[in-house]
Design a protein around this ligand. Structure first.
Ligand SMILES: Cc1cc2nc3c(=O)[nH]c(=O)nc-3n(C[C@H](O)[C@H](O)[C@H](O)COP(=O)(O)OP(=O)(O)OC[C@H]3O[C@@H](n4cnc5c(N)ncnc54)[C@H](O)[C@@H]3O)c2cc1C
Length: 376
């Protein structure tokens, strides 16, 4: 009998899990990988699209390229999940799993921030960066704010990266002296688990004249007055607002009974949910570590090891350590790296100075996954 695995979501977590299970179990496996989209893109490629470095089509990796033993990709929207019976309903059919893995990521609720839709922009969705790519060339003077509206949010370094890359973008167009840039984030420093990375980022902001506003969220925009209203009711005038929208679990997950306080709780060592043979990985969980692809991927490795050990009747597997390496764009084509480990705690982080070598390493990170996951 083949093991019927249904993986919900073909992002970082779902792709890595499907790849590992296929490599280990091959034709013993009957894995269905479901996603509503026809293609995947790395979160970091959104910054490339927004600043016009890459065209939207260049960064899309099409799921139709997936050919792995035991794995079938289906482009379907998931409409209901029953974790008790491990039944999944989509817009095209139903699935019953022996093992169900939820890897549906985080969605955005732009309307939760008054004025954001009418008077600002978000750079976290693909549609958002496609719009900004068209809108940014019209910005030539005034105050640009990169602002976080709610926590938790994906990839904590991304707002800092956006501010630094905006500096480069405006400088290359000869407009930097006519523009101010502010960065509003809720933390006391840009990357709390790594003081060295935070210091390097704060130094980079200061060298480039970027106004760093820590400890704050942007609560609302008033488009008529062109002001951003922060969580202490102070106001900042803006001409361009680049926002990180409120995050939430996808509606189908919220309706499934799997969530507590908005996200799916899991056993931090095994990624098991409270339902038998139902796992959750990545941004959709309340693991307490940053919502980032590298953590979704390492969680998927732990789940794959659990499932493979179960099939083979082997010994206990290693506990999840919440470890990952994040590349951080510093501008001027330089990339730094922060290596962090969250479990068993307290979190530890180490920093590698920005360099062209790390920029090449980041390219390699993308291309190895492109090959592993899509055979491209
Ligand atoms: C600007 C930006 C920069 C980033 N940079 C980095 C970085 O440098 N490094 C890093 O590690 N992370 C980065 N991230 C974060 C990273 O993209 C996410 O944390 C990561 O993709 C999470 O993986 P996941 O598998 O949990 O979910 P996702 O990769 O988001 O995958 C979830 C999938 O579920 C699908 N889905 C959701 N609902 C449904 C439904 N109802 N039916 C069918 N399918 C559905 C979605 O289409 C999606 O493909 C960045 C994010 C942003 C926005």
């Amino acid at each position: 009998m083949k093991l019927r695995v249904v993986v919900l979501g073909a992002g970082f977590g779902g792709l890595e899990l499907s790849t590992l299970l296929s490599e280990a179990l091959g034709e013993q496996l009957d894995l269905t990988l479901l996603d509503r989209n026809d293609s995947f893109f790395f979160g970091f490629s959104k910054l490339d699209v927004m600043f016009g470095k890459k065209a939207p089509n260049e960064v899309r990796l099409y799921y139709r390229n997936i050919t792995k033993p035991g794995v079938q990709f289906r482009q379907e929207a998931i409409t209901a999940i029953d974790p008790e019976t491990r039944h999944v309903t989509t817009d095209k059919g139903t699935y019953k799993a022996d093992v169900l893995v939820i890897a549906l990521g985080a969605d955005y609720d732009q309307a939760a921030t008054p004025g954001l839709v009418e008077g600002g922009n978000e750079f976290y969705s693909f549609a958002g960066v496609e719009r900004l790519r068209e809108a940014l060339p019209a910005f030539s003077k005034g105050h640009a704010i990169v602002g976080v509206t709610s926590s938790p949010f994906k990839c904590p370094p991304a707002p800092s990266e956006a501010a630094l890359l905006l500096h480069d973008y405006l400088s290359s167009r000869g407009l930097r002296n006519d523009c101010q840039i502010s960065l509003v984030i809720p933390f006391s420093n840009p990357i709390p688990p790594s003081p060295a990375t935070s210091q390097a980022l704060i130094a980079a902001f200061s060298e480039r004249g970027i106004n760093f506003v820590p400890h704050h969220l942007v609560r609302a925009l008033d488009p008529a007055r062109r002001v951003a209203i922060l969580d202490d009711n102070s106001e900042m005038p803006y001409d361009l607002f680049l926002g990180v929208p409120k995050h939430q679990a996808p509606k189908v997950v919220a309706e499934s009974g799997l969530t507590v306080d908005g996200w799916i709780p899991v056993d931090p060592k095994t990624l098991k949910t409270r339902f038998q043979n139902v796992y959750a990985v990545g941004d959709v969980t309340s693991m307490g570590m940053p919502k980032a692809g590298v953590f979704a991927e390492s969680a998927a490795r732990t789940v794959a090891a659990e499932i493979i050990a179960e099939v083979r009747g082997s010994e206990e597997t290693a506990a999840y350590r919440g470890a990952g390496s994040c590349y951080v764009e510093f501008g001027e084509e330089l990339v730094g790296r922060v290596d962090v480990e969250f479990l068993p705690g307290p979190p530890t982080g180490s920093f590698m100075e920005p360099s062209l070598e790390l920029a090449a390493e980041k390219q390699g990170f993308g291309s190895t996954r492109r090959t592993r996951w899509f055979g491209l």
